[in-house]
Design a protein around this ligand. Structure first.
Ligand code: AMP
Length: 395
C-alpha cells in the first residue's frame, strides 16, 4: 500500500533509541510531527519527539491508540513483535512492512532468504541441539555461534575456536535456536546504506569502511578505500535486496570483504544504521531524512557526500573514570558531538558519537580518534579492535 504524508503530518516511530532520536530531528526539520512508542520514558527519541507514548509493544490496545493518532508508522529497531506491527497496520501503513521485519529480525530466516536470492553469505548452519553441533562439518570451525533472534551489538554471540568450545557455549546459552557461522578471516568490513522510495526509486551511501571492536562498531570512514568493482558490486547487492524484500525505507547491508576480494553479506538492518551516522554531517541529505522521505512517500533526497568523513562511537566505557573531558575535546573546533540523552553509561552502551570532516578519509579518521582520546580521563585500556584490512593506510 502506498501512502503520501505531506510535511505537517504526523509520523509514528516504534522504538525510542538514538536511531529514533536522529530520525525525529530530521523529520521535524522537514516539518513533521513525531510520536514515539516504547516501554520506556524520557528516552533518546522521546526527548525530541512531540509525543512520547509509554507502553509495552505487547499492549495492543495502547498500540492501537498510538496508531490512531499518526498518519504513517516506521520503526527504529527490528525487534518489534509481529503482532504489534499487525495491530498498527489495521489503522495506518508501516514502512518498511511487517514482512521485512519478519525476515530481518531472525538471523536464520535472513540468511536463508539471502542464500535463496542468490546473494553470497557467510557459510552457516541452523542449530537447535548439541547433536547438530556434533554433526557440523569441520569447515565451520573456528566459527561464531549466534542466537537466531534478538541479537545485536555482539549480544548472544560467541566466537568458538573448536567444536568443544561450541558445545560449551551452547550449554551455557539458553539453548534456543542458534546459527553457527564459519569465522570469516576478512580483509575488511564495509556497509552500504541504501534507500528505496514508495515509487521504487533507489539511492545509496557508501561503501563505508567499518572497524568493529568486541563485535560493536567502533569506527566508520567514508568514502571507504575499496576497488571500484567491489564498490559497484556492493551497491548492486544492496539494490537487489531492496527489491527482493520490497522495502520502502532504508536498508543497511553489512559486508565482509574476504582476502580473495569477494563480498559476503554479514547482516541486514531495515533502518538507518550506525555506520550511516556520518551522513548527518557529511552529506547533502542524511540517512534519517531519506527514511522520513521514503516512509512519507516523498521523492528521495540527494545523497552526495560533501567532504570525506569519519565517525567513532562513544560507548559507556568513556565514562569509566568520571565525566568525560568535554571541554578538552570540544577545543577541537571541527569535531561534531552527538549525544543521545542516555543517563546510564553502561559498558558497551552506545551513548553518542563524534564525526569529523577533513580533506581525506585518513585525516578524518585520525582526527576523530584523537578527539575521542581527549575525552578519556585517567588510565584507559583500548578495547581490542579488529580487521580494518583494506581501509585507508594509517588506521
Ligand atoms: P553481527 O552482529 O553479526 O553483525 O556481528 C558483529 C561483528 O562481529 C561483525 O561486524 C564482525 O566484526 C564480527 N563477526 C560476526 N560474525 C562473524 C563471522 N562469521 N566471522 C568473522 N567475524 C564476525
Amino acid at each position: 500500500m502506498k501512502r503520501t504524508v505531506l510535511p505537517g503530518g504526523t509520523i509514528g516511530v516504534l522504538g525510542s533509541g538514538q536511531l529514533g532520536r536522529m530520525f525525529a530531528i530530521a523529520a521535524r526539520r522537514l516539518g513533521y510531527r513525531v510520536h514515539v512508542l516504547s516501554p520506556d520514558d524520557d528516552t533518546p527519541t522521546g526527548q525530541v519527539a512531540d509525543v512520547e507514548f509509554q507502553a509495552s509493544y505487547g499492549d495492543l490496545d495502547a498500540v492501537g491508540q498510538f496508531a490512531r493518532q499518526v498518519d504513517v508508522v516506521t520503526f527504529e529497531f527490528e525487534n518489534v513483535p509481529a503482532e504489534t506491527i499487525e495491530t498498527v497496520d489495521k489503522f495506518v501503513p508501516v514502512f518498511p512492512g511487517g514482512h521485512v521485519l519478519h525476515t530481518t529480525q531472525h538471523r536464520l530466516r535472513e540468511k536463508t532468504f539471502l542464500a535463496q536470492a542468490g546473494i553470497p553469505v557467510t557459510p552457516f548452519l541452523a542449530i537447535h541441539s548439541a547433536a547438530e553441533l556434533e554433526a557440523a562439518g569441520d569447515e565451520f570451525f573456528p566459527g561464531v555461534l549466534k542466537t537466531a533472534a534478538w541479537g545485536y551489538d555482539g549480544k548472544g554471540q560467541a566466537k568458538v575456536a573448536s567444536r568443544t568450545e561450541a558445545l560449551s557455549a551452547w550449554a551455557q546459552s539458553n539453548r534456543e535456536q542458534a546459527i553457527l557461522e564459519k569465522y570469516v578471516d576478512f580483509a575488511a568490513e564495509l556497509s552500504i546504506v541504501a534507500v528505496r522510495g514508495q515509487d521504487g526509486a533507489m539511492t545509496s551511501y557508501g561503501p563505508i569502511a567499518n572497524r568493529h571492536a568486541n563485535h560493536i562498531l567502533d569506527l566508520s570512514v567514508a568514502p571507504g578505500n575499496f576497488p571500484s568493482q567491489v564498490a559497484a558490486d556492493a551497491i548492486e547487492i544492496a539494490r537487489t535486496i531492496l527489491v527482493a524484500l520490497d522495502i520502502a525505507g532504508v536498508l543497511c547491508v553489512e559486508f565482509f570483504l574476504t582476502n580473495d576480494g569477494s563480498l559476503l553479506v554479514n547482516e541486514l538492518a531495515p533502518r538507518p544504521h550506525n555506520s550511516g551516522h556520518l551522513t548527518v554531517d557529511a552529506h547533502v541529505a542524511c540517512q534519517f531524512e531519506q527514511q522520513a522521505r521514503a516512509v512519507c512517500g516523498l521523492p528521495l533526497a540527494c545523497p552526495t557526500q560533501l567532504r570525506p568523513a569519519a565517525m567513532v562511537n562513544l560507548l559507556g566505557e568513556i565514562w569509566q573514570n568520571g565525566t568525560p573531558d568535554w571541554l578538552g575535546m570540544l577545543a577541537m573546533p571541527d569535531v561534531k558531538l552527538h549525544l543521545y540523552g542516555k543517563k546510564n553509561p553502561l559498558p558497551g552502551r552506545k551513548m553518542g558519537h563524534l564525526t569529523v570532516l577533513a580533506d581525506t578519509p585518513e585525516s578524518a579518521a585520525e582526527r576523530v580518534q584523537a578527539a575521542r582520546q581527549r575525552l578519556r580521563r585517567g588510565r584507559w585500556t583500548n578495547p581490542e579492535a579488529t580487521g580494518f584490512g583494506l581501509a585507508p593506510a594509517g588506521l
